[in-house]
Design a protein around this ligand. Structure first.
Ligand SMILES: NC(=O)c1ccc[n+]([C@@H]2O[C@H](COP(=O)([O-])OP(=O)(O)OC[C@H]3O[C@@H](n4cnc5c(N)ncnc54)[C@H](O)[C@@H]3O)[C@@H](O)[C@H]2O)c1
Length: 318
């Protein structure tokens, strides 16, 4: 039984939710983060109960020291934005592919019993068939997607060559509290922030493109199950809801839930680095982990709006 767990990127959006749940379950938790996009306030209450390692995953020497004594690793640290990867593909590669290779290398040296890797639906890229299934050919279209696929391929190779027990979870469009609005953030915080400021959402393309929006609690659930269940080394699973949602529908739900029905989308040219449609077949995660998503889009959006309002930056005006 594993008791000491290290979460890389633990001060980030998804990582901090995983840390909270691990603490609730009684694990001893360490967080490794360079605070490039993560913030310590994400774990303000938990701070006394976690061991903090302010370090960079591209620094192999420090990483080697940090990992000693841990039994499992959740590897969430990455440069996450597709847009940023287009502007600066080299740093995205160094952190996401190179940093993952470092984490895997020290995991083998420290005899880590399980490594759970945060992969991404972006690895499928423009493969045409829908829904996306794990055995489909991956055709990544952005430098970010290539870097996440490289990390995933390293996980599978390390499972095969060094016997490291890895599992890669391909998250689909995760959203939830603590996902901040900004030029590199996901569409949901951007649309909610705009709605709360009475600004129209901007849609790239005609809004018929589909995504599979997954509430962060469901992603945390899949991560916990990945540690609890015995899985094949090198396993790869989609983590999503399996329900496609168009960007037009998302904009509608957000204007309804924020009480801003007057707002109308502004349509701009599609961006070449975006895939057109993406939603998952989650049969495999269900049969391997017993994973089932539990939060609907409306429920999740309401929780995120409440969080935005609770931060005090916005007031809800109905
Ligand atoms: N948010 C999504 O929709 C989504 C979808 C698919 C996959 N993912 C993956 O999930 C993981 C977490 O994403 P997130 O949305 O929480 O992003 P995030 O930016 O909130 O979290 C990433 C964390 O990693 C840390 N970090 C970045 N570079 C680092 C480095 N060199 N060394 C140490 N720490 C570093 C950041 O400070 C931050 O705390 C990432 O691996 C991402 O690729 C996210």
């Amino acid at each position: 039984m594993v008791s000491k767990v290290l979460v890389t990127g633990g001060f980030g959006f998804i990582g901090s939710h995983i840390v909270e749940e691990l603490l609730r379950k009684g694990f001893q938790v360490g967080v490794l983060d360079n605070l490039s996009t993560g913030v310590e306030s994400n774990l303000a209450e938990e701070r006394p109960r976690i061991k903090i390692h302010r370090a960079d995953i591209t620094d192999l020497v420090t990483l080697r020291k940090v990992v000693i004594g841990y039994e499992a690793i959740y590897h969430e640290a990455a440069l996450v934005s597709v847009k940023r990867s287009v502007e600066d593909p080299i740093s995205t590669h160094m952190v996401n592919a190179g940093g993952t290779l470092n984490v895997l290398k020290v995991a083998v040296e420290s005899k880590i019993r399980k490594l759970v890797y945060a992969s991404s639906s972006s690895v499928y890229g423009n493969s045409q068939s829908l829904p996306k299934k794990e055995d489909m050919r991956c055709l990544p279209v952005s430098p970010y997607a290539v870097s996440k696929l490289a990390g995933e391929a390293y996980c599978s190779a390390f499972a095969r060559v060094y016997g490291l027990d890895t599992i890669s979870l391909r998250y689909f469009n995760v959203y939830g509290p603590r996902q901040r609005e900004g030029q590199y953030s996901g569409v949901i915080p951007i649309f909610i922030g705009k709605a709360l400021r009475n600004e129209n959402p901007v849609i790239f393309g005609d809004g018929t493109q589909m995504r599979d929006f997954t509430y962060v609690d469901d992603v945390v659930k899949a991560n916990i199950l990945s540690l609890e269940m015995e899985t094949d080394p090198g396993e790869i699973l989609n983590i999503a809801t399996g329900t496609p949602v168009t960007i037009n529908l998302l904009a509608d739900v957000i204007s309804r839930e924020t009480g801003k029905d007057n707002l109308k989308p502004i349509y701009e040219k599609p961006r070449p680095e975006d895939v057109y449609a993406s939603y998952a077949d989650i049969t495999k995660a269900n049969s391997v982990l017993g994973y089932r998503p539990g939060v609907t889009l409306e429920q999740g959006i309401r929780k995120v709006i409440d969080w935005f309002v609770s931060t005090g930056i916005y007031a809800r005006q109905r």
